[in-house]
Design a protein. Structure first.
Length: 216
């Protein structure tokens, strides 16, 4: 068993399935992925609820909505003016290239769809991969701060490593399975929040407390 598979099994056996990412539709997942940048999920939920109340959680509605009106609706997500522009950029891309049809974007395949998303201003690798994996069901691994912290503390990465280097480790050593990648990332989030904290980590209670690459 590879180190990366063993890491997954340790977390999964301890914590079980996480049922992540929250979202009723693929488009809602995309909006959430953009809004969750630099904030917590509770704030994102409040912003999404505002969009729903105003019947605005649809590509065409957001495409036609004035930027300032959108900014007011997503205010709970923080950095709302910046995020309104990013959301507008994404919706403009989706409407003008794919007529608002996410399925047509995802039908391009992982590499092409990822390349196109990364060309949209305000969408970085983590956001793009979240959209592709959780909204599109495409097998790409999402790297976030929780993932990097856990890997560094267990000697599987260094602070100097960038997003693409870390992502490549998972893409290289695991089968390209969207369900596996979905669960794996969700488990990293759970362990990072509850145990592997930036300060005062709960190492003795962590499911990875005795995990070391040399033993796998």
């Amino acid at each position: 068993m590879s180190v990366f598979r063993e890491l997954f099994e340790r977390m999964y056996q301890a914590l079980g399935p996480q049922h992540w990412w929250p979202g009723e539709t693929p488009f809602e997942v995309c909006v959430g992925a953009i809004l969750t940048q630099n904030t917590n999920w509770q704030n994102v939920e409040r912003a999404i609820e505002n969009l729903k109340k105003h019947g605005a959680l649809a590509p065409r509605v957001l495409y036609e909505m004035p930027l300032e009106e959108l900014a007011v609706l997503i205010r709970p997500a923080g950095y709302f003016r910046v995020k309104a522009k990013r959301l507008k950029n994404f919706v403009r891309f989706l409407m003008e290239k794919y007529g608002g049809r996410l399925e047509d974007l995802f039908a391009q395949g992982l590499d092409r769809a990822r390349e196109e998303l990364l060309s949209v201003s305000g969408i970085g690798p983590e956001t793009a991969d979240s959209i592709l994996l959780y909204a599109g069901g495409l097998p790409t691994f999402v790297i976030d701060a929780y993932t990097k912290r856990i890997l560094c503390r267990h000697g599987l990465a260094t602070e100097e490593m960038g997003y693409e280097d870390l992502r490549e480790r998972f893409m290289k050593h695991l089968p390209h399975d969207a369900e596996l990648f979905n669960e794996y990332h969700a488990l990293f989030v759970a362990v990072g929040k509850e145990f592997c904290r930036p300060r005062h980590p709960r190492c003795e209670e962590c499911p990875l407390r005795d995990f070391s690459p040399e033993k796998c």
